[in-house]
Design a protein around this ligand. Structure first.
Ligand code: AGP
Length: 615
C-alpha cells in the first residue's frame, strides 16, 4: 500500500505535495519522492526512509519549484527500498514521470517485450515498466498522454492508482485507477490528487472518488476530462462534499487502525494471493518456494521460528505442513531457540515468520541457524527488512502497513502464504490428487467472502463483548487448527484490554485449568464442526457443570452447542485447513470491542511496541 499525491494549479506544488505525503505516511514509509515541472523541465528528488529524510534532501536543492507536481510514499512490493526504486519513476526519454500505488502482475512479460524494443531499466520496480509502456504506446500510436495511458492500461493485469505528467505538456496530470484508491480534490483553478483526501483537506472539501476503470486528464484552469479506461466513453463525475475529519480519513472512517486492519483482511489476503494462484487452472506460483522446491521435498524436517502472533501462525503451519504435506515441523520461540544450542545443520530448513522483519530475537535466531548451515526462508510483511535480507529466499505477505500494535491482517496473510506452501508441497510430493489440489486452491481463493460474512456479524460480537468486558480472567479453548487460534485470541485480549487470558488445547482443561472455572471465569471455546466436535462439546459440558460461562464460536447452523453455551457466534462452514482463517476473526473483533469499552489505547497499548527490535 503506497501513497500518491499530485497538484496542478496556481500555487507552488512542492509544499503541498510534501505536506500531503506526510499525511499519507501511514500508507507506507520505506522511501519517498517528489517531481515538479519547474518551468523548463521535470525535476525530481527521491530518498530512502521516511518523509523527513526526503525533506533533508530537498533542502539541498533549489530547482524543485513549479505549479505542477506529483509525489509518492512507498510500501515496497517489488524491489527493496532505496533511492532508485523510490517513485516517481521516469520513462527512458525522461519525458514521462509517474507515481503508482498497486501491483502490476504481468510486469515481467511487459518488461521483456520493452527490453526487446530497446528500453533500459534502472530500478527493480513494476512501476518503471508501466511508465515505459505508456511512453512506448504514446510514441507508437502518436497520441496524447491521456490516450496513451488508456491504451497502455488495457495491456496491464493488476491493481493501480497512478498519476503521470509529461515534460512536453506541463499543463496536465493524467490519473487512473483500478483496485487501489485515488481521489481528486477540486479547488478554485487548482486540482489535487491523493490516495485519500487527507493531502488536500485544508484546501478543498470537494472530492471526486475515481472508480475502478476510470481515468481523468486534469488540465490547468481548464475542464477535466473523465473517461472509462476500457473505451472512449466520457462521463461527468460526482463531486462529493467531504464531511470526515482528518483523523477519520486516515483511518478510512474507522475509529482505530486495528479495526481498519481487521476489516482490511479480505483485501490483504487477496493482495497476498494476487499473482500466486490461478484458481480456475489449479496453479500455485510462489517464486521463493519454486526456486528451492527440491530442497523442501527432500527436507527431513522444517523448523519454524517466530515470536508472538507470528509464532501462532507458525503453530497453524505445523498442522498445515504435517496434515497436508506430511512434512515434519518443529515450531520454536525465537527467544528460546537462539540460546538453547539447537542441533541444526545444512540439511535443515528454517522458516522465519515476522511481520516487521525486524524482531531482534527472530533475527538473532536465524543468524544462528544460518551459521550452522541451515537454509532460511523468510515470510515478512516489510520488503527489504532485516529478516527478509538475512533469509536465503522467501515470500512477502502483501498486507500493507500494519499500524495497530496488535497484529491482525499480518497474521491472516502469514497463514495465507503458509497454506499455499503446504498445498504446493503436498502436490509436488504426490500426496494429494489434482482434484484435491484444486479444491484447496479454490477454498483459499474464496476465503475473503467468508471473512466478509463474519465481519457482517460485528454487532453480535460487540454485544458479547459487553457481557464479558468486566472479567478479570478469560480462558480460550480450541482443538487442532483451533488450538493456535485460541492462543492468538488470548494474546489479542490481554495485549489491548489488559485482561488476563490464557489459551489452551481444550483437552488440557482436566489437567489443571478446570480448577479455575467458576461463574466469574468466561471461557471462549472454538467449537467449529470439523475439528473434534464431539470432544469439544463434552469439554463445554464439563465447564458448564462447574457454572462456567461459555462463549462459543460455532459453525453456521450449529444446534448442539447453541443449547448449552451462554453466547454463540456463528462463522461460515469451511474445510478443516481453512478454519483458522475464519475462527480468528471473531476473536479479533471481540478483543477490540472489549478494549474500546474499557477505554484502552487500542492502537498503542501500554508497554508494547509494534516491532520488538530490542532483546
Ligand atoms: C502481536 O499482536 C504482537 N504485536 C506481537 O506479539 C508480535 O506478533 C511479535 O512481536 C512479533 O512481531 P513480528 O511479527 O514483527 O516479528
Amino acid at each position: 500500500m503506497c501513497g500518491i499525491v499530485g497538484y496542478i494549479g496556481n500555487k507552488q506544488a512542492l509544499p503541498i505535495i510534501l505536506n500531503g505525503l506526510k499525511r499519507l505516511e501511514y500508507r507506507g514509509y520505506d522511501s519517498s519522492g517528489v517531481a515538479t515541472y519547474n518551468g523548463s523541465t521535470i525535476v525530481s528528488c527521491k530518498s530512502k526512509g521516511k518523509i523527513n529524510k526526503l525533506e533533508k534532501s530537498i533542502a539541498k536543492r533549489k530547482n524543485l519549484n513549479g505549479k505542477l507536481g506529483i509525489g509518492h510514499t512507498r510500501w515496497a512490493t517489488h524491489g527493496v527500498p532505496n533511492d532508485i526504486n523510490a517513485h516517481p519513476q521516469f520513462s527512458n526519454s525522461n519525458n514521462l514521470c509517474l507515481v503508482h500505488n498497486g501491483i502490476i502482475e504481468n510486469y515481467s512479460s511487459i518488461k521483456e517485450s520493452l527490453i526487446k524494443k530497446g528500453y533500459e531499466f534502472h530500478s527493480e520496480t513494476d512501476t518503471e515498466v508501466l511508465v515505459n509502456l505508456i511512453e512506448f504506446v504514446k510514441e507508437k500510436e502518436n497520441v496524447k498522454l491521456g490516450e496513451a495511458v488508456q491504451i497502455a492500461l488495457q495491456k496491464v493485469v493488476g491493481a493501480y492508482a497512478i498519476a503521470v505528467i509529461d515534460n512536453n505538456k506541463p499543463d496536465e496530470i493524467v490519473v487512473a485507477k483500478l483496485g487501489s484508491p485515488l481521489c481528486i480534490g477540486v479547488g478554485k483553478e487548482e486540482h489535487f490528487i491523493g490516495s485519500d483526501a487527507t493531502p488536500f483537506l485544508e484546501f478543498t472539501k470537494k472530492v471526486i472518488y475515481l472508480e475502478d476503470g476510470e481515468l481523468a486528464v486534469i488540465r490547468n484552469h481548464k475542464s477535466t476530462i473523465f473517461r472509462k479506461t476500457k473505451d472512449d466513453t466520457t462521463f461527468s463525475p460526482v463531486i462529493n462534499n467531504l464531511e470526515l475529519s482528518l483523523d477519520k480519513i486516515e483511518k478510512q472512517g474507522f475509529d482505530h487502525y486495528m479495526l481498519k486492519e481487521i476489516y482490511e483482511q479480505p483485501k490483504a489476503i487477496r493482495d497476498t494471493l494476487r499473482g500466486r494462484i490461478i484458481a480456475e487452472k489449479g496453479v500455485i506460483k510462489l517464486s521463493g518456494l519454486d526456486d528451492y522446491i527440491d530442497k523442501f521435498l527432500s527436507a527431513k524436517k522444517i523448523t519454524i521460528i517466530a515470536c508472538g502472533t507470528s509464532w501462532h501462525s507458525a503453530l497453524v503451519a505445523e498442522y498445515m505442513f504435517e496434515k497436508i504435506a506430511k512434512i515434519p515441523v518443529e515450531v520454536e520461540y525465537a527467544s528460546e531457540f537462539r540460546y538453547r544450542e539447537p542441533v541444526i545443520g545444512k540439511e535443515d530448513i528454517v522458516l522465519a515468520i515476522s511481520q516487521s522483519g525486524e524482531t531482534a530475537d527472530t533475527l538473532a535466531a536465524i543468524k544462528l541457524a544460518k551459521e550452522k548451515g541451515a537454509f532460511i526462508y523468510g515470510i515478512c510483511n516489510v520488503v527489504g527488512s532485516s529478516i527478509a535480507r538475512e533469509s536465503d529466499t522467501g515470500s512477502y505477505t502483501h498486507a500493507g502497513p500494519e499500524i495497530g500494535v496488535a497484529s491482525t491482517k499480518a497474521f491472516t496473510t502469514q497463514m495465507t502464504v503458509l497454506y499455499l506452501m503446504a498445498v504446493k508441497l503436498s502436490k509436488s510430493k504426490g500426496i494429494i490428487s489434482e482434484q484435491i489440489y484444486r479444491k484447496y486452491i479454490l477454498e483459499i481463493s474464496r476465503i475473503d467472502k467468508k471473512i466478509h460474512k463474519i465481519l457482517a456479524s460485528n454487532d453480535i460480537i460487540k454485544k458479547v463483548a459487553k457481557k464479558i468486558k468486566g472479567s478479570k480472567n478469560c480462558l480460550y479453548l480450541g482443538r487442532g487448527y483451533n488450538f493456535p487460534i485460541a492462543l492468538e485470541g488470548a494474546l489479542k485480549l490481554k495485549e489491548i484490554s489488559y485482561i488476563h487470558a490464557e489459551g489452551y488445547p481444550a483437552a488440557e482443561m482436566k489437567h489443571g485449568p478446570i480448577a479455575l472455572i467458576d461463574k466469574n471465569m468466561p471461557t471462549i471455546v472454538i467449537a467449529t464442526n470439523k475439528i473434534n466436535y464431539d470432544k469439544i462439546v463434552s469439554n463445554i459440558q464439563e465447564i458448564k457443570s462447574r457454572k462456567g460461562q461459555i462463549i462459543a464460536i460455532v459453525s453456521k447452523g450449529d444446534k448442539e452447542v447453541k443449547k448449552i453455551a451462554d453466547y454463540t457466534i456463528e462463522v461460515p462452514d469451511s474445510i478443516e485447513s481453512i478454519t483458522p482463517f475464519i475462527t480468528v476473526i471473531p476473536l479479533q473483533l471481540l478483543s477490540y470491542h472489549i478494549a474500546v469499552m474499557l477505554g484502552k489505547n487500542v492502537d498503542q497499548p501500554r508497554n508494547l511496541a509494534k516491532s520488538v527490535t530490542v532483546e
